[in-house]
Design a protein. Sequence first.
Length: 609
Amino acid sequence: MKNFGLNLWANKNFIIEDGEIKLNYKSMPSLLNITKKIRENDVKGPILLRFPHLINKQIQTLYNYFEKAIQENAYQGKFNAVFPLKVNQFPAVVDAISRQGQKYNYGLEAGSKAELIIAMSKTPHNANITVNGFKDEEMLTLSFIAAQSGHNITVTIEGLNELETIISVASKHNLKVPNIGIRVRLHSAGSGNWAKSGGMDAKFGLTSTEIIEAISLLKNANLLEKLTMIHFHIGSQMADIAPIKKALREAGNIYAELKKMGAVSLSSINIGGGLAVEYEQHTKSDTRNYSIEEFSSSVVFLLGEIMDAKDVTHPDIFTESGRFVVASHSVLITPVLELFSQDYQEQLLNFKENNPPLIEELIELNRLLNNANCIEYLHDALDHMESLFTLFDLGYIDLQDRSNAEILVHNIIKKALYLKSSNPTNELEALQTKLQERYLINASIFQSLPDYWGLGQHFPVMPIHHLNITPLRAASLWDITCDSDGEIGFNPEKPLYLHDVNLDEEDYFLGFFNVGAYQETLGMNHNLFTHPNEYTIIINDTDYEISNAVESKNILQILESIGYDGNNIVTKLNSELENSEFIAEKEKSDTLAILKKLLSQNGYLRTTN
């Protein structure tokens, strides 16, 4: 039984039992059972399942390891964390984060005006709000209003112009001034796709010279006591612990120097986000070379060591690791609509009364194939196939003969693969790759897995059932968009093998895991496919509850979302039908009803799946 790398990426959140993948939590429901229950209500297309207990697990893990490191190192500062809303702003996610993180005073980070409004409305007053990214006067005024409303908010300045605007707003309005943070532009850089977040060429942050100027501006405006935080970030998905340690040393010394320059209210270091999440299904070692325990211990130890050497009070530690908190909580379930080798089924064979001799030999090879002779017979079948193609090109056999030959050889290869599945030869493995099956999934990669298309980010994918049967079909996944990039091709270095199923007799579902970070907010309406139906699954000791159902936009809503007038469209379509000379009068009302129903459905395909 293949486990699809479950031991690498699942973090013990899922297990395989009775041939199905199940939640490793309380009543341990299977994903198949949840999927079937949802589909009883005529739900078609992909569905997104949210598991808030996994958000709670990640928040708890983050806080527990930092608290452990603080105690072990006799560190004098406190640990705080905020969730960066850019990772996933959807209401069900933010509500789960606020609810699950409440006992830890887990806060929110905003990078835009709209995100700041979310943070102001969803963050308890005893939790922190941080504001990052480029800001104008209106956004900074919102931050002042948040402070006036009682929120513990820190505005991180990305340039001296923002600080000048803060000083201007403070002089214009009789509002409480929020805490101020400075993002420092470190010499240290990260690695991987997001390495450019750090280093001297980074998009954000103040240089040493600008930091000194910022201190001067704050002193002159009598706002130096509002400077409470320095912030840095060296990239998402940080795979290596070494650059993190280097950045910590640099940021820690900047913090200590600022304290000595008179920034007496400075009390915290925000190390940004970047904790890596495991997406890999095939490697024998984790993508990241550190554990959360090593990460937290390194941060606490290094900052404590630097502050002790500089005779500076230990700062509070902030993190903004959003991917770590929410990636695992969402699973995308997609039905398979079609297997493109269905035309090779044996029931499609159509023999003649007198078949060419090579066809007759293939019939015998297919009938007599067994474990002892399968390699020899496979060689014979492949040789016959080449000869038959030559005969077809020369006009000696017809298209029906060629079809019969293709079906017979295809099935001989499949039978040989199954017979030798426990001990495949190199030749069979090569044939297995060559004999790829295309699985058409009722989903859009551009909408639900944009990082795969845009960044080459792989996500764990596996069937949610049939897991007591060894999968042998080398699989490429095609989505239903009319774009050739809407494909997850078979990669021999990271192979995906799926099952050979008869979709006329049963459904076949695939699960895409760790899709809770960025995928929903980055999803594109390519071909005007919209967000899947989503559901929150609450698991208890004996059962589970399906809640917070959010339906996909219907066709009219999709069109209206990009600027079309839905009423005009409906009026035009109805008018054309009512005035059509191609439809009988008595059938017009039925046709109009059908049109209305179709427009009220989402854009995903509604086949038997």
